[in-house]
Design a protein around this ligand. Structure first.
Ligand SMILES: Cc1cc2nc3c(=O)[nH]c(=O)nc-3n(C[C@H](O)[C@H](O)[C@H](O)COP(=O)(O)O)c2cc1C
Ligand code: SF4
Length: 373
């Protein structure tokens, strides 16, 4: 059986976030003699699993990459100066050291950088595996980008067979899988699990969901908040998480700290996201800072008009931009509005049960305030 048929029979899907069929991707890569880039950036908030693969499963990863590339060149992408980049260098591999920015690990940004351009997503959507032209009109070599865990799983499938792989997980999402789990007592602990595992059990491996936690962020900055009350009934699968609008995605889960106001947490993330836009598409370049500013107005100043503006910005950002970054952040902010609605009411009333919210006296209808604690 060919490599592509084995992967198809195993039902392997990408572990970088989009869960696209790996067999289909590899088949297209072979047809176009595409170069292979193994994405080990762990760019998502709280992600660490691909660094774990490089640290603990490097020989299998390299063997898998060579099999999938079928003679085409292979390189490994990691954030500049990271331990992962150092390990890859030490192993004598071809390493693409990307600037440690959120969008630089998006696949078209990696390909652009690999071919002498900037580490920014290409503004023209095109099938990269076939090659085409980058944002500046230069020809790009056909290239396939696969997540590091995907490549390692492919190596395992080629060694152990599709039946072994399918003995883990669910029929729709087969195979063992890694998750980076964070809680207030453990940051980005990498655990191995399978689709169908109880979300509570996963969190327990890293200290558990603390009493009073407002919930769990599943999928990082491109992900979705899950209310604490929903957590016990959920399993780690798209079928189960989908009931609350979440997905397994890039395999990241973070139990929120009960000592931090969840709206302040969202504020920190949005402010950071606003600074990470690659500045190429209007909705992303202007929309994300505006979203962060409105969120600040709502959370820190209790500005009642900001809520409507945030709702409309979330709608406007969806599906916009050349890459999925603004879309992901819009989903993140929208789910925060849905899940932390009660908490928002407190802020609108000038209170916060978690942190002390001090408003300065109202002056001409505007309030200024800060979170304390
Ligand atoms: C803003 C942004 C950042 C991304 N960062 C990563 C990353 O750090 N690692 C990764 O494997 N995929 C990342 N992706 C997804 C990649 O573009 C790509 O889909 C993935 O590497 C393909 O691998 P897979 O098919 O094996 O999942 C990111 C996507 C976006 C939109
Ligand atoms: S949407 Fe944002 S991050 Fe993506 S290409 Fe456009 S400006 Fe860059």
């Amino acid at each position: 059986m060919s490599v592509v048929s084995v992967l198809a029979e195993a039902g392997l899907t990408g572990r970088g976030g989009a869960a696209f069929s790996t067999a289909t991707k590899v088949e297209a890569a072979h047809a176009h003699r595409a170069a292979l880039v193994v994405n080990a950036c762990d760019g998502e908030l709280g992600a660490a699993k691909d660094g774990w693969v490089v640290a603990h499963r490097l020989p299998e990863l390299v063997a898998g990459a060579n099999r999938l590339a079928a003679g085409a060149p292979v390189s490994y992408a990691a954030h500049r100066g990271s331990e992962t980049a150092q390990r890859l260098h030490a192993a004598g591999l071809r390493v693409l050291e990307l600037p440690a920015r959120y969008v630089s690990s998006e696949e078209s940004a990696i390909i652009s950088y690999a071919q002498g351009g900037l580490a920014r997503p290409m503004t023209k959507r095109q099938p990269l595996v076939r090659g085409g032209r980058d944002s500046e009109g230069r020809r790009i070599r056909p290239t396939a980008v696969l997540n590091a865990e995907t490549v390692w799983r492919a190596a395992q499938i080629l060694a152990n067979g599709p039946d072994w792989f399918r003995s883990f997980g669910t029929a729709e999402q087969p195979g063992p899988r890694l998750v980076s789990v964070s809680t207030p007592v453990a940051y980005a602990l990498v655990v191995e699990t399978e689709a169908g595992a109880a979300l509570t059990d996963l969190l327990d491996l890293a200290g558990g969901l603390p009493d009073g936690s407002p919930g769990v962020l599943v999928g990082g900055l491109g992900g979705t908040f899950v209310a604490a009350a929903d957590v016990p009934g959920l399993r780690w699968s798209d079928a189960s998480l989908g009931r609350v609008g979440a997905r397994v995605g890039p395999g990241v889960a973070e139990a929120l700290d009960p000592r931090e106001c969840p709206l302040a947490y969202v504020q920190r993330c949005l402010t950071w996201a606003a600074g990470e836009s690659a500045g190429q598409c209007g909705p992303c370049m202007f929309g994300l800072p505006a979203l962060a500013a409105d969120w600040h107005a709502l959370v820190a100043r209790g500005d009642r008009t900001a809520y409507g503006r945030i709702r409309s910005r979330v709608g406007l950002l969806r599906g916009r931009g050349a890459c999925r970054f603004p879309d992901g952040v819009a989903g993140f902010a929208g789910s925060a509005l849905d899940v932390f609605g009660d908490h928002l009411e407190q802020h609108r009333a000038g209170r916060c049960d978690v942190a002390e919210l001090r408003y300065a006296p109202e002056t001409d209808g505007r309030r200024t305030g800060v979170h304390v604690g």
